[in-house]
Design a protein around this ligand. Structure first.
Ligand SMILES: [Zn+2]
Length: 135
């Protein structure tokens, strides 16, 4: 069997001492904790940021839906602060994307967002087949 290449600490880059467990990623406990703290905080900030963007998108869609707006130019909704690349599910269909933002469904094409509907109100949108990321 070939000798494993030397492993290096993910935090400080020092070589991990011979004799450490082979799955060890850190040279010491201090480095392990520093790395985990930094990455946990980074993940938390990212999640918070995405949650805020989704919440804003949701409020914009809900406002449109409640004002009976079912279709809007992408440039107009983006001017309201909507971020079209954020959604809770996105499924490709032939000419548009079938999107959801929590319980609001809509279609999105290059030009517009349309068929804005809210689940449980009016016509229940048919169940998407590939909504793998639905929560
Ligand atoms: Zn280290």
């Amino acid at each position: 069997m070939e000798e494993e290449p030397a492993k290096h600490c993910l935090e400080c880059g020092d070589e991990i001492a011979y004799g450490k467990r082979s799955d060890s990623k850190f040279c010491c406990e201090h480095c392990r904790q520093r790395w985990h703290n930094r990455n946990r905080n980074g993940m938390y900030r990212l999640k918070e940021r995405y949650d805020r963007i989704l919440e804003k998108n949701y409020q914009i869609l809900l406002g449109l839906f409640e004002s009976q707006v079912r279709s809007i130019e992408r440039s107009r909704i983006m001017a309201m602060g909507f971020r079209p690349e954020f959604a809770t599910t996105a499924v490709h269909s032939r000419s548009s994307m079938l999107m959801t933002c929590y319980d609001i469904t809509y279609r999105m094409s290059e030009q517009k967002i349309f068929f804005i509907e809210k689940r449980g109100t009016r016509s229940e949108p048919r169940q998407e087949k590939n909504a793998a990321w639905d929560f």
